[in-house]
Write a protein that binds this ligand. Structure first.
Ligand SMILES: *[C@@H]1O[C@H](CO)[C@@H](O)[C@H](O)[C@H]1NC(C)=O
Ligand SMILES: *[C@@H]1O[C@H](CO)[C@@H](O)[C@H](O)[C@H]1NC(C)=O
Ligand SMILES: *[C@@H]1O[C@H](CO)[C@@H](O)[C@H](O)[C@H]1NC(C)=O
Ligand SMILES: *[C@@H]1O[C@H](CO)[C@@H](O)[C@H](O)[C@H]1NC(C)=O
Ligand SMILES: *[C@@H]1O[C@H](CO)[C@@H](O)[C@H](O)[C@H]1NC(C)=O
Ligand SMILES: *[C@@H]1O[C@H](CO)[C@@H](O)[C@H](O)[C@H]1NC(C)=O
Length: 669
């Protein structure tokens, strides 16, 4: 009895105690403060709640270490529109802070420098202003500092030069100016990207002595002086658009003359010596944090590379297969492609193993890159760089995701000039495995042009991401399927004449595809459905995914067909012949006519019989409230019936349908 009471009291105390512990959780309080600052309207971080457990897995983007301390915050591309809060500094064990691709404004708080465990700081592609706080120089663990694509101004604080572990520094596309000599002290740098700023002063020749530097980008600045020839050994060195630079052996640099600075080192730009910052005592050394693993670099790299290879092996293999057949051109290019730099492998690893997505602006890889693709094929559509695609979609932010299937995702995007686009990403493992087939397919897809096909603006293929992107015009009014089965009163009911013109427009688009005259081959769409018809601002129909089967691997195409069969678009003969023909497209078109007339996605046999015996009122959408033209409805019903005939021979060609629609419209208008 006594013991039981004691146990009970003990239990109650335990419960109370643990609640007090939660209530007093400093990190939770800090997180709530951080949330209020990053997401002032509480639209994104709704999962962060004051009575929740940050380490319980329910806080979006928060990862904890084994001591239940917040170790990573990954909120890239979430549409955050607030500010980076000083309270961030209270998460003492934070090792990764990923806030890139948001709309954050304000300055980088200097308190952030108290995060002495932080290895990765990604604040790039935001709208941050002010200057880079000099205190960042005391973040002893920092390895990756990404601040590019912001509005930062001022100069690079010399203290940055004391970051002893920094391997990536990306500051491009800001408004920074001044001298960059202090950066030559960063002996661990692998990538240094400073392009598109206002850096002036002389080029720091000492940079050539950084042992493992692979990438140096200083393009579009105002640097002057002498560029050492030793920099030719870099994997990538972008120096163009600096009118004052000179050097020998670089294609677009003039030779130096006597008046160039740097050739007169007397007094000009001595190497800035930076006092070593005292080692900041780490807050996380006791029971709280495990030190970030300090495996020997080589072992780490090997591990990462092997994980990478396993995880993305399939994708890379496909790419290597693409690469075959063009080895006669540039064997050096092939060699460098086969090797993963530490940096790239880290990126790939991160992508596969954690929610973290890293930037790899430089590794945009294009199987059609001029001079590499030896087939002499040229694309009709322009090519986008990975950087443009990433920036348009805010690094494939979920807020921009329009739709996703097993092999395709579609994102909304905004190009730098403000144009709205829809970007389809196709995983390269879904593509045809032979390069020739793939490139031919891409050429076909990019050559298709018609006012009733969605316009392809350009393409981009990235080895780093293992994806190809098709950049299309954006259709603001969604897909035809959104106008079917209307229950949501916010979506407009299409009026009769609009329905007729949509039916006509789709026929014109299919007619263009099926027409094999001229240089264009006849193309069977294979997957026409209400989901594949987009509606533009003027309510014209635009067919999408035309020619896509020429790009995709066969098994991918078949798996996509299951949906179209379930929705009733698949011609009956497909089951026996297994082949798509123009007549199977006509069948699907007939189904769409019925859908447009009835306003319903799924068709019933009573609809067919109503169309057969001309009782239009029994199959026309009741949302029209009788506002339609009976004879027109009867004619369209008849066309739909013939298009969906059981036997392909009984179906009209699309050209015949177009003729009938045109004849009739001459008569009826
Ligand atoms: C934090 O992110 C890094 C980089 O992706 C990862 O290696 C590490 O395991 C993450 N830590 C936790 C606790 O999730
Ligand atoms: C960034 O801020 C400027 C004003 O400071 C504003 O004009 C611009 O639209 C902002 N850009 C974004 C992407 O929010
Ligand atoms: C940086 O920009 C801010 C406005 O965002 C301005 O107030 C400040 O003077 C600028 N600083 C420098 C060094 O140009
Ligand atoms: C660099 O630009 C700043 C401001 O734009 C100016 O004050 C400075 O004199 C320039 N330095 C050189 C070496 O031209
Ligand atoms: C880069 O510099 C070139 C030459 O000065 C200029 O034409 C181009 O517009 C610049 N690009 C950007 C993005 O500023
Ligand atoms: C950990 O911190 C304590 C003080 O909190 C200090 O005395 C000790 O030397 C530190 N240990 C390490 C390994 O840094």
């Amino acid at each position: 009895m006594g013991l039981a009471r004691l146990l009970l009291v003990g239990f109650v105390l335990l419960v109370l105690g643990s609640r007090a512990l939660v209530r007093g959780n400093a990190e939770l309080e800090a997180l709530m403060e951080i949330k209020a600052s990053l997401d002032p309207e509480n639209k994104v971080l709704t999962s962060w709640t004051g009575n929740g457990d940050p380490c319980g897995g329910s806080f979006d983007g928060v990862a904890c270490n084994e001591h239940q301390k917040v170790a990573n915050i990954s909120l890239q591309g979430k549409g955050l529109s607030g500010k980076v809060p000083p309270a961030m500094a209270q998460l003492k064990c934070l090792s990764g802070l990923y806030l890139h691709y948001n709309y954050l404004t304000g300055e980088i708080p200097r308190e952030i420098s108290r995060l002495t465990e932080l290895t990765d700081l990604y604040l790039d592609v935001n709208n941050l202003t002010g200057s880079i706080p000099s205190e960042i120089g005391s973040m002893a663990s920092l390895q990756v500092l990404q601040l590019c694509y912001n509005q930062l101004n001022g100069t690079i604080p010399p203290q940055i030069g004391s970051l002893k572990k920094l391997s990536v520094l990306a500051l491009q596309h800001n408004k920074l100016s001044g001298d960059i000599h202090g950066l030559a002290n960063l002996q661990t740098l692998k990538r240094l990207v400073l392009g598109f700023n206002g850096f002036n002063g002389t080029f720091p020749v000492e940079i050539a002595k950084i042992p493992e530097l692979q990438t140096l980008d200083v393009q579009n600045n105002s640097l002057s002086g002498f560029v050492p020839a030793a920099l030719k050994k870099l994997e990538r060195f972008n120096y163009q658009n600096n009118p004052g630079l000179c050097g020998s052996g670089f294609p677009s640099l003039r030779n130096c003359n006597n008046f160039d600075p740097n050739l007169h080192p007397n007094g000009v730009n001595p190497i800035v010596l930076i006092p070593r910052t005292p080692d900041v005592k780490t807050h996380c050394n006791q029971s709280h944090c495990s030190n970030p693993s300090k495996l020997p670099q080589a072992a780490l790299v090997a591990g990462i590379v092997s994980v990478t290879v396993t995880l993305v092996g399939a994708g890379l293999l496909t790419f290597y297969r693409y690469r075959r057949g063009k080895q006669k051109i540039g064997s050096t290019a092939d060699a460098s492609d086969g090797r993963l730099s530490t940096d790239q492998s880290k990126d790939l690893y991160s992508r596969s193993a954690s929610p973290l997505v890293c930037l790899e602006y430089s590794s945009g890889w294009d199987p059609l890159d001029d001079g590499r693709c030896g087939n002499g094929l040229s694309l009709q559509a322009p090519r986008y760089t990975l950087e443009e695609v990433e920036s348009a979609t805010q690094y494939f932010s979920e807020v921009n995701l329009l739709g996703r299937s097993t092999f395709l995702s579609v994102y909304k995007g905004i190009l730098r000039d403000g144009t709205l686009v829809a970007i389809r990403s196709i995983n390269v493992t879904s593509c045809k495995s032979e390069e020739v087939d793939f490139v031919n397919g891409l050429n076909l897809v990019t050559s298709l042009r018609h006012e009733n096909l969605i316009r392809l603006r350009g393409v981009c293929c990235s080895k780093g991401r293992g994806e190809c992107f098709l950049v299309y015009d954006f259709a603001p009014k969604g897909t035809l399927s959104q106008y079917l089965d209307l229950e949501d009163r916010s979506i407009q009911v299409l009026d009769w004449s609009t329905r007729v013109s949509i039916i006509k427009g789709i026929a014109e688009g299919i007619g263009y595809l099926h027409n094999g005259e001229g240089s264009k081959p006849a193309v069977v769409h294979q997957n026409i459905s209400a989901e594949k018809i987009l509606i533009d601002q003027q309510l014209n129909p635009l067919i999408m995914d035309s020619g896509l089967p020429k790009l995709l691997a066969d098994d991918v195409i078949y798996s996509a067909l299951k949906t179209s069969a379930a929705m009733g678009y698949m011609a009956p003969e497909y089951i026996t012949t297994g082949r798509f023909t123009e007549k199977s497209d006509v069948f699907a078109y007939g189904v769409i006519i019925f859908q447009i007339l009835s306003g319903k996605r799924l068709l019933s046999s009573s609809m067919r019989s109503a169309a057969e015996c001309c009782s239009s009122e029994n199959f026309i959408d009741s949302n029209l409230k009788g506002n339609f033209t009976e004879p027109e409805a009867a004619i369209l019903g008849k066309i739909a019936l013939r298009c969906t005939s059981e036997l392909p021979d009984n179906r009209p060609t699309i050209f015949r349908v177009i003729e009938e629609l045109n004849d009739w419209c001459v008569k009826c208008r």
